[in-house]
Design a protein around this ligand. Structure first.
Ligand code: 3PY
Length: 249
């Protein structure tokens, strides 16, 4: 049995005051038998949120990582830096980074390798645009994105990643894939993992992301291959985030 994971992707939101209130609200309402829970925060707030989640069941995550260990890479943040702040999870290849920062599948694979080498858990995001879905290319695009990452990993490394399926057309639009649509893609992704290693197929958690909210979480999380959620807007309100955690617990 894979333990479910609910990770909040705060994106470029937050402030010192708002973060304090949000984390306190999450900690106060966390059910005892919760699934794994993480908050992936903007880099400047890692130290603050590390302190705020200390001693709780909420893990700390980052939203990006450099593929390089150190050096002349202005603006980048290394795996070692993330580790110093107690980061456990790092989102890699979110569609917003692919679209606005030109991150290629190869770059996503290199970042995944860097995260694993440092003992971080990469949350590798994959997803198709509406145009690609309507052209019947969902499996080719999404499966292809995962394959490039898997090619860069040894079988035992593949078993240590988390995958997040985030249809681009469902991000920030309020549209969600139906549970059946999502399950179909998740099952395809698990088959790609199985082609790499049986251990990876059994162990890797495949999260759904893309407007997961309290009112659709129960149905999505009931699907056989949906092992949790990567939560956007609903992760910014403690009550909504907790309702999703409750649905997964
Ligand atoms: C969303 O739900 O909008 C996301 O992009 C989660 O990563």
């Amino acid at each position: 049995m894979r333990r479910k994971l609910v990770a909040g992707n705060w994106k470029m939101n937050g402030s010192l005051a708002a973060n304090t209130a949000l984390v306190a609200g999450i900690k106060d309402g966390l059910p005892a038998q919760a699934c794994d829970v993480a908050v992936c925060v903007p880099a400047p707030y890692l130290a603050q949120v590390q302190g705020a989640v200390a001693g709780s069941a909420v893990a700390l995550g980052a939203q990006d990582i450099s593929a390089h260990a150190s050096g002349a890479y202005t603006g980048e943040v290394s795996a070692a830096m993330l580790q110093e702040f107690g980061v456990q999870y790092v989102i890699i290849g979110h569609s917003e980074r692919r679209a606005y920062h030109g991150e290629s599948d190869v770059a996503v694979a290199a970042k995944t390798v860097a995260a694993l080498k440092a003992g971080l858990v990469p949350v590798v995001c994959v997803g198709e645009t509406l145009e690609q879905r309507e052209a019947g290319k969902t499996n080719e695009v999404v499966g292809g994105q995962l394959d490039v990452v898997l090619e860069a990993l040894a079988a035992d490394e593949a078993a240590r990643i988390v995958v997040a399926y985030e249809p681009v057309w469902a991000i920030g639009t309020g549209k969600t894939a139906t549970p059946e649509m999502a399950q179909e893609v998740h099952a395809m992704l698990r088959a790609r993992l199985a082609a790499k290693s049986a251990e990876a197929a059994a162990k890797v958690r495949i999260l759904y992301g893309g407007s997961m909210k309290p009112d659709n979480a129960v149905q999505l999380l009931a699907m056989a291959d949906i092992d949790g959620g990567l939560i956007g807007g609903a992760a910014l309100k403690a009550a909504d985030f907790l309702a999703i955690i409750q649905a997964a617990a």
